[in-house]
Design a protein around this ligand. Structure first.
Ligand code: URA
Length: 226
């Protein structure tokens, strides 16, 4: 659970520092079910093996677990979180900001990412240029980007001089930037505001991470079902 290394936990078990449901655990090899309540050096913890977090991704970090000599969102995690084998469920470009979900649950990640499940993603963008007068209609009909791929119907809401909200339900490479390009705009700021019905927590500072609440998790599990 990322609370300590296996070696440290074995030592703590031998010292009687770990209880499960109030009973001291003596055997480091003992298996327990998820959902039981343990105390770890006096601190209560619910035993679980799957983890779900939201991060407010700052610009300058790759949404990847591989380093390739560049900073990744994994560099923003504490050693405890690093021990939970998390990975980002979906990508934001290096220069993009906002809501990124990290988990160690591959099925869950697949459900929120696969175009099959149509989970909406909401982006706030600032752009330069003058948009085609039919831009909103073009988004609704399904835009062709870079003269090739056709996007699913999407929503473009203009909300001020050079600002817009864009909702898409798939995740093609640089999709939002390419869609805006296709209607005459050039994105210079992009922030993901929501995935399905889960919105980026306005109190979460850039670079910070917190666990998804039970209701956020159930909203995502609901949206991610066929
Ligand atoms: N679309 C983009 O173009 N970039 C992102 O980071 C996310 C969606």
């Amino acid at each position: 659970m990322g609370l300590a290394s296996r070696r440290e936990v074995k030592l703590l078990v031998r010292r009687g520092e770990i209880r499960v449901e109030g009973i001291v655990c003596h055997d480091p090899g003992e298996k327990y079910e998820e959902g039981l309540c343990a105390t770890f050096c006096g601190r209560p913890v619910i035993l679980k093996s799957r983890f779900y977090y939201m991060m407010n991704k700052p610009a300058g970090y790759l949404s990847s677990t591989e380093e390739r000599g560049e900073k990744t969102v994994m560099d923003l995690l504490t050693p405890q979180l690093k021990a939970q084998s998390l990975f980002p469920a979906g990508r934001l470009d290096r220069d993009s900001h906002g809501l990124l979900i990290l988990t160690n649950d591959g099925d869950f990640a697949h459900r929120i990412l696969s175009p099959k499940y149509h989970v909406d993603k909401l982006y706030y963008v600032r752009y330069e240029g003058v948009l085609n007068v039919d831009a909103q209609e073009m988004f609704e009909k399904g835009l062709r980007i870079d003269g090739g791929e056709i996007c699913r119907p999407a929503k473009l809401e203009l909300c001020g001089q050079g600002e817009a909200l864009i909702t898409i339900s798939e995740g093609k490479y640089h999709q939002v930037k390419r869609m805006l390009n296709a209607v005459g705009g050039s994105v210079y700021f992009l922030k993901r505001m929501a995935i399905g019905s889960v919105r980026l927590d306005p109190d979460l500072k850039e670079g910070d991470i917190r666990e998804l609440t039970t209701s956020e998790l159930s909203l995502l599990n609901k949206t991610g079902s066929e």
